[in-house]
Ligand binder design. Structure first.
Ligand SMILES: [Zn+2]
Length: 600
């Protein structure tokens, strides 16, 4: 009880002293869009209602137009040129992506978009006709045309297949530190503001569509596309309380002959993405664990003819298994559906309620479903702290594989990172995406080393504490932004010992770990047992607790000294001593972790 009172006092104080601008804005998108397949262009209109909850007035709204990355002279294309990659720089006028605003009004007054990073046009400023005071709402109307690139990168188009990621002017996140805007670059993905989406798509009648959200009106095409034996698809259209669509006028007339309209809604998401392909084949089911208040969580899979690795329920059951597992590990999935569809590009990308994947491999599906939790629900700034979702998703994916009978799943990653450590090319894991020297180091630090660091953390605190910390993080911050501080705070809440040194060392430095056995001697005692003395040296600058195995006994060295000693009595004569026998530590020189024991 005393603790509770103190805790609530601390909470009250924290509230009183926290900057009041920590409240996120309300973001409400209504979009109408027409996909003109002949012209290969999407014509769209949006109404964005943006309510400022910062303490100060805003004179500008900042948005991202990420499709403009996939064209010549974008910041993305320029960055890739530095590494000799000309793929987007050389895309012709018919091939590259674009997202072009034509008319923009704010509260009825026309405004001129400003592109401060020109020729890059992935960041756009909308100067407001009058300052938007705290608590006030700006109504932004935008008309634009958009087209994915023929060379896919997250988004793409091929024939009648369209992957529409990052296809609308997307409001930038506004945090305590102000607007979070950055040109889209190859290193780092997303950071978005949570909001509601009400999107009506006008498409050819035979298109089959998967999207963020639920189809509340119209036919996404799943019934006609259902795989043989598939029960009638459930749309889940009743997941949200009914809401009359605000007409924006673009779809004022009835759809033309041979066309249809589908209206989608999504709440509490920071991104809305969708794909369409008339060849999509549909399979559906539901998660074994229901959502908190939405009834069953529907799972939809859309794949293509010839996808033998997806069909027959394979991709569907992998998606459901992954979703169930993450819910059991972290907590309830807060949305009414999850769609996994076969996109043009290989690899995978996460969007709220939607993963676009290039294959149905179990590892890829588990990784992308992990992102529903770490980035979808707990939304970090991937440009700044990519490890917080990519590293955690990679860690959780290998944890999943471990529970499926593959305890050695970590070893290839460990070998790769040790090799990279020895080359001296590492950078701190916490480095912002764009500041990594090259794509290889970005990926190795953000995904792979981070995954191994989290595995070391789990080994050190134990699986139960690890889970409790992740669940605490999930409980506290579901459907909001998180950063490293929140991650640390969750561990501090459930683990009594200070872990600051661990996070400082492994996330913010490139200090290397290298334990070695300096001496190992044994002698027999009068009672026949063996007394063994081992000296361990720490050669690298980093330190960790380390296990030492001597015959059937193990000891734990917990100091950060340069030399530590351990004495052990065993029944049999130990032949050798082994440091870190479970291969958990990122020890840059594992060859000196094992030594024969000297003595009689
Ligand atoms: Zn990922």
């Amino acid at each position: 009880m005393v603790t509770m009172i103190i805790n609530s006092l601390v909470a009250a104080l924290a509230l009183a002293t926290a900057p009041a601008d920590s409240l996120p804005p309300d973001v409400d998108y209504r979009i109408e869009a027409i996909l003109d397949e002949e012209a290969e262009v999407l014509r769209a209109r949006a109404e964005l209602r943006y309510t400022n909850h910062a303490t100060t007035a805003l004179d500008t709204l900042w948005l991202h137009q990420h499709l403009n990355a996939f064209r010549p002279n974008s910041a993305w294309a320029q960055r890739e040129l530095e590494f000799g990659n000309r793929r987007f720089q050389d895309l012709g006028p018919e091939a590259h992506a674009f997202e072009r605003l034509s008319t923009v009004t704010v509260d009825g007054t026309e405004v001129n978009p400003v592109y401060p990073g020109s020729p890059d046009s992935t960041v756009v400023a909308l100067p407001l006709p009058s300052p938007l005071s705290p608590g006030s709402t700006a109504v932004v109307r935008m008309d634009w045309t958009a087209r994915p690139s023929t060379l896919p990168r997250r988004q793409g188009r091929r024939g009648r297949h369209y992957d529409f990621a990052q296809w609308y002017p997307r409001i930038a996140a506004h945090t305590d530190e102000g607007w979070q805007v950055q040109p889209l670059l190859p290193q780092g993905e997303f950071f978005g503001e949570f909001g509601s989406y009400d999107v009506t798509l006008d498409l050819a009648a035979d298109q089959v569509v998967g999207a963020t959200g639920v189809p509340v009106e119209g036919d996404p095409g799943w019934a006609d596309a259902a795989a043989p034996g598939q029960a009638a698809p459930r749309l889940g259209a009743d997941a949200y309380a009914p809401l009359q669509a605000r007409s924006l006028g673009l779809l004022a007339d009835a759809p033309e002959q041979g066309r249809k309209r589908i209206r989608w809604r999504a709440e509490d998401v920071h991104h809305f993405a969708w794909s369409a392909d008339p060849e999509f084949i549909y399979e559906g089911g539901e998660a074994s664990i229901s959502g908190p208040n939405t009834g069953p969580i529907l799972v939809h899979v859309l794949y293509l003819p010839g996808d033998d690795d997806w069909s027959g329920g394979t991709a569907l059951s992998r998606t459901i298994t992954a979703l169930d597992w993450f819910q059991s590990m972290l907590g309830a999935y807060p949305w009414p559906q999850l769609t996994n569809l076969h996109r043009i590009e290989s690899g995978g990308t996460e969007f709220p309620m939607l993963v676009m994947n290039g294959s149905a491999s179990e590892g890829l599906i588990v990784h992308e479903v992990a992102h529903q939790f770490f980035h979808g629900v707990l939304a970090n700034n991937e440009f700044r702290e990519g490890w917080l979702d990519e590293g955690v998703a990679s860690f959780l994916t290998d944890w999943y594989h471990e529970t499926q009978g593959n305890p050695d799943v970590w070893l290839p990653s460990l070998r790769g990172i040790i090799q990279l450590e020895r080359s001296g090319r590492t950078q701190p894991i916490s480095t912002p995406g764009a500041d990594f020297a090259d794509p290889e180091i970005y990926s190795a630090m953000t995904y792979t080393k981070a995954e191994l660091v989290l595995r070391m953390l789990r080994w050190m605190v134990g699986e139960e504490v690890m889970l409790r910390a992740l669940r605490t993080l999930y409980d506290r911050h579901a459907l909001s932004h998180i950063d490293e501080e929140d991650f640390r705070a969750a561990f501090a809440e459930v683990y009594p010992e200070d872990l600051g040194w661990f996070f400082d060392q492994w996330l913010h430095t490139t200090a290397q770990l290298d334990y070695s056995i300096a001496e190992a001697n044994t002698r027999q005692l009068p009672d026949g047992s063996w007394y063994t003395s081992v000296a361990v040296e720490r050669e690298g600058d980093a330190w960790m607790p380390v296990t030492l195995q001597i015959a059937e006994e193990t000891g734990l060295l917990t100091g950060d000294g340069r030399r530590q000693e351990l004495q052990v009595t065993t029944q049999s004569r130990p032949a050798e001593v082994v440091l870190d026998p479970e291969n958990v530590l990122i020890d840059v020189n594992p060859s000196n972790n094992r030594s024969p024991v000297s003595g009689p």
